[in-house]
Design a protein around this ligand. Structure first.
Ligand code: SF4
Length: 432
């Protein structure tokens, strides 16, 4: 199966006044093309930090201290992958929201309350599909010009067309230049020889000079006359936004696009957040607890929506949740996380039939059964403080099978059976 994204030995720390929070402790996971992958674990185990590290959006005082995040979907290198931790911020900006996008927890806090829905959804089109939007607007103007009309109107349309064409040219030039410079910088990353270092320095300076926008786009922000011609582009973007909202089952999308987040229900806000994430048809959609804070009927609708989108639009989904029922329902494979470590990874069927890690077994046992009477099973103890995590296996203070060796060194992850990986000393040679 073709890999889509892979993390290798990923470490992320947070420097706080109390000490360094070691949130990720060498996380390794792989999401393949076409699969729905679940990342499951208690609150505070590092699921969200793991995906934020994968997208390089860990905010200060957080810091990725070691590891690799390899992507395999860019044509540059599909076999070995590209380590995005070593690429420039401009490269990351071109990927985020485009090839990889994310649905954040709590839709109401993800949306900006003072900007209209249409504006917020349209931002993705402006940012990642600007060339396409410009081409479409130019095509539209050509059609209108072909139909004739009042000479003043035609003059204005011709002027708009030429301004859009210039912006399109500048944008394409910028994208090509930044892409090739970025690629060359990546190749020279490890360079130490004098000549290579000089080349690297000059490329870096050119990269910084290029900035992020075309000169015309910058000018359009300042000159009132130029700002007016942008209205034509806004119309094209707004049409795309309405179409996208309609495709996601949003009723009356024209009116919703004009409205603001506070006018919508929780389920509708979640659909808007999904629309923003899907605007550019990402190859990987990361859904960070997309159904938390929603009632069960809306939860079911959102899960159905993500499942149907997975078949039609997106290649793969990385689904983060603490709900094992959801994992069973929508995921193909899943990893169980505990205190910044991946404890176990397997296909969902295998994970539920034969959980190996004592933590996974504890989680499965704590799911209430319909026929159950008496007290619910729990995992004794609490999640450790990650400023001073337990040595060796981080689960050992709560593990009913803990041995002396567990307190010393972190257990290696071994393949117990094909595709079923576990990090536990109970399975030293691949078998219990
Ligand atoms: Fe328990 Fe030891 Fe396995 Fe950790 S390594 S889960 S402490 S048996």
């Amino acid at each position: 199966m073709q890999k889509l994204i892979e993390t290798q030995n990923l470490f992320t720390d947070f420097n706080t006044f109390e000490g360094v929070v070691k949130a990720l402790n060498g996380v390794a996971l792989v999401v393949n093309e076409g699969e729905t992958y679940g990342l499951v674990g208690e609150s505070g185990c590092g699921k969200s930090v793991a995906v934020r590290s994968m997208m390089r959006i860990v905010q200060a005082p957080g810091r990725i201290t070691d590891g690799k995040v390899l992507i395999f979907f860019r044509a540059e290198d599909r076999s070995r992958g590209i380590d995005i931790l070593r690429r420039s911020e401009a490269y990351m900006t071109s990927i985020r929201g485009d090839s990889i996008s994310m649905i954040f927890q709590e839709a109401c806090t993800s949306l900006n309350p003072v900007l209209s829905i249409g504006f917020q959804v349209g931002e993705s089109f402006h940012f990642h599909r600007r060339a396409q939007m410009l081409e479409e607007t130019i095509r539209e103007l050509d059609e209108e010009l072909g139909r004739g009309g009042f000479f003043l109107a035609r003059g204005w349309k011709r002027l708009c067309r030429s301004l859009f064409a210039r912006e399109l040219g500048a944008l394409k030039e910028y994208e090509a230049a930044i892409d090739s410079i970025d690629h060359e910088l990546y190749q020279l990353e490890q360079a130490t020889a004098g000549e290579a270092l000089r080349r690297k320095g000059s490329l870096q300076r050119r990269h910084d000079r290029l900035g992020e926008k075309s000169a015309l786009a910058e000018a359009a922000k300042r000159v009132p006359f130029l700002r007016r011609y942008q209205h034509r582009l806004e119309r094209t973007v707004r049409r795309q936004v309405v179409e996208l909202l309609r495709s996601l089952g949003v009723p009356n999308p024209e009116r919703i696009a004009e409205g603001y987040p506070h006018e919508l229900s929780g389920g509708m806000q979640q659909r808007i957040v999904i629309a923003i994430a899907l605007a550019c048809h990402p190859v990987l959609l990361i859904a960070d607890e997309p159904t938390s804070n929603l009632d069960v009927t809306i939860q079911a609708q959102i899960v159905e929506l993500i499942k149907s989108l997975k078949q039609k639009v997106i290649s793969s989904v990385l689904f983060i949740t603490h709900d094992l029922g959801l994992v069973a329902e929508i995921c193909d494979r899943a990893s169980v996380m505990y205190a910044g470590d991946i404890a176990e990874t397997a296909s969902v069927r295998e994970l539920f039939r034969n959980p190996l890690h004592p933590y996974t077994q504890g989680l499965m046992a704590s799911v209430p059964k319909v026929s159950q009477t008496g007290e619910l099973a729990t995992i004794p103890g609490t999640v450790p403080n990650l400023i001073d995590p337990p040595s060796g296996c981080r689960f050992h203070p709560r593990c009913p099978h803990a041995m002396e060796i567990c307190k010393g060194v972190k257990p290696p992850t071994i393949e117990h059976s094909p595709g079923h990986w576990v990090a536990c000393y109970l399975y030293p040679d691949g078998k219990k």
